[in-house]
Design a binder for this molecule. Structure first.
Ligand code: NAP
Length: 254
């Protein structure tokens, strides 16, 4: 069984470990004894280790799960050259990773919040030699898409990484509309949650335009609601959201 060494044991690391624990040997290096012990209690098959001042990563397959602003501090504690480095750090380029953490091969990924339910949409790029291995690893926490450049990964980040926030706005406003029309808030939230669940399945097999056409009858209620959305600029707002987020990602990457 291949060993994967996690550095960092926060939310994203925990989600990944849940998905990977049956297929890989997992070692977790962290700096907080209490949270490491709690993780070991929850998943006894993993091994845990407190980060030392001279942590040797020689020959390891590292999954880097710290916050982007921790990389400078962390790099001062690491020695040796890792075999493989898989990073989940938002906005941290492969060039920065190469500068901070020596490894033979590098992968950059962008999972999303749904990783905690093993339903992440994860975009991946990096050294082509690791493509198959990276897809294997991240398929354990949901779906994956390999792209051939960091530019594409940054664009994907603005759709699938930021996407839960955009869809949350749609979900919340649908619920607000229902309450305004007179439905109880708890019932409105149940409806919207069920709507998104079923919609995800529809979208897997049907083009969005077809879903829209199939829902709308001439002069009907959906047509009236849909026209209000177009008049209010919802489509343009979504396109702009992705554009603005991408511009921001480009600024942060510099
Ligand atoms: N959460 C998401 O939805 C999401 C989505 C996409 C990408 N990501 C990326 O995933 C990464 C981790 O995010 P997260 O949500 O898991 O954050 P988190 O819950 O705050 O976990 C960060 C982990 O890094 C450790 N750490 C911080 N500084 C360190 C240092 N100098 N040396 C060693 N360990 C250090 C923390 O240890 P302590 O517990 O001691 O602080 C903690 O275990 C981020 O880079 C983020 O961009 C997250």
């Amino acid at each position: 069984m291949t060993t994967l060494t996690f550095i960092g044991n926060g939310n994203m690391a925990k989600a990944l470990i849940q998905g990977l624990k049956d297929s890989y040997k997992i070692e977790v290096i962290g700096r907080n004894k209490k949270t490491l012990e709690a993780l070991k209690e929850q998943i006894p098959t993993i091994s845990t280790k407190i980060l030392t001042k001279n942590e040797n990563i020689e020959g390891k397959n590292i999954i880097l799960c710290v916050k982007p602003n921790s990389i400078d501090d962390l790099s001062q504690n690491l020695t040796g050259i890792a075999d493989e480095l898989y990073s989940v750090l938002a906005g941290t380029t492969i060039e920065t990773l190469k500068d901070k953490i020596p490894a033979k091969l590098y992968i950059r990924t962008m999972p999303n919040l749904a990783a905690q339910y093993l339903k992440s949409m994860t975009t991946i790029t990096g050294d082509i030699e690791l493509k198959a291995k990276a897809l294997d690893i991240f398929n354990n926490i949901g779906s994956t898409l390999w792209v051939n450049s960091q530019k594409e990964l940054d664009i994907a980040t603005c759709v699938a990484g930021s996407g839960p926030a955009y869809l949350a706005l749609i979900a919340e406003s649908l619920s607000d509309g229902a309450v305004q029309a007179g439905l109880k808030r708890t019932d409105a939230n149940i409806l919207v949650s069920g709507l998104f669940d079923g919609f995800a399945k529809l979208l897997n097999s049907t083009h969005p335009a077809t879903i829209k056409d199939n829902t709308m009858s001439p002069g009907g209620t959906t047509a009236a609601g849909y026209a209000a959305m177009e008049q209010s600029g919802v489509r343009n707002g979504m396109i702009k959201a992705v554009q603005n987020a991408y511009e921001k990602a480009c600024q942060l990457g510099k």
